[in-house]
Design a protein around this ligand. Structure first.
Ligand code: ATP
Length: 233
């Protein structure tokens, strides 16, 4: 397993946001975490990378227990997070935003350079010298994902990559995920089933801080009862 999350409980103050979440990802898998607003999707990703460390339970990445590690250390171990709000640095150009993300783990080579990102994603090359904050939502999302690649994550966590984006952009983000799936293990979150099922082989559904359902994409797409019960459809 690349990622094992064992029965984690995470709090915001006294508020018990995750009440025992368990999930696993094998190396090379692309998995979706589904659930309505407030179900605990973001908190799960934040718990994995150490932005909100679980108070109980374990997170094991690449066979090593990382529970309680600070986020920068988990990131350096090879986990990348693209947060829901994307966090593009205003006042920095697209190129500079990418450079800020650059990190090479000791003993590894990072296949990604700014130039390679520009080769692969010409849309970003065209925007290279533009202030990151002037980009459209979809362009910012592409940039946020590209920036996370600059640290060559082995596991990429994407928090609602489609939120607020037009359908044509959602399609591009889907292509980006498919493309990255070939080389990276990915866990992404979404509120509805359609995108998830196109781009992930299986999914976990969260409700009220618990995993309430786990299924392959094919199973879920045919299961309207589950979709109505737990998801925005
Ligand atoms: P969304 O689509 O809204 O991001 P989500 O499934 O990602 O939904 P979370 O953001 O993980 O859900 O929220 C899980 C629970 O934790 C919710 O009850 C939410 O109100 C609560 N919560 C999230 N962030 C905070 C915070 N900063 N302080 C207190 N409670 C929070």
């Amino acid at each position: 397993m690349m990622l094992e999350v064992h029965d984690i409980h995470t709090y915001y103050g006294e508020s018990h946001a995750l009440q025992g979440v368990t999930l696993n990802l094998k190396e090379g898998e692309t998995v979706c975490l589904l659930g309505r607003n407030g179900a605990g999707k973001s908190t799960t990703l934040r718990s994995i990378i150490g932005l909100n460390s679980p108070r109980q339970g374990k997170v094991v990445f690449d066979g090593k227990e990382v529970t309680g590690w600070p986020a920068y250390r988990i990131a350096r171990a090879g986990v990348g997070l693209v947060p829901e709000d994307r966090r593009i640095f205003p006042g920095l150009t697209v190129r500079e935003n990418l450079e800020v993300g650059q990190y090479r783990r000791p003993g590894t080579t990072n296949p990604w350079t700014v130039e390679r990102i520009f080769d692969q994603y010409p849309m970003l090359a065209e925007l290279a010298d533009q202030d990151g904050s002037t980009l459209s939502g979809g362009q910012q999302q592409m940039l946020a994902v590209a920036r996370s690649l600059m640290s060559a994550p082995r596991l990429l966590l994407l928090d609602e990559p489609n939120e607020g984006l037009a359908p044509v952009i959602v399609k591009q983000i889907g292509q980006l995920i498919d493309d990255l799936s070939k080389t990276t293990t990915i866990l992404f979150t979404d509120q509805s089933v359609h995108f998830a099922l196109k781009h992930a082989r299986r999914a976990y559904i969260l409700e009220k801080g618990r995993v309430v359902h786990e299924a392959s994409s094919e199973e879920l797409i045919g299961d309207e009862a589950v979709q109505h019960r737990y998801l925005s459809v």
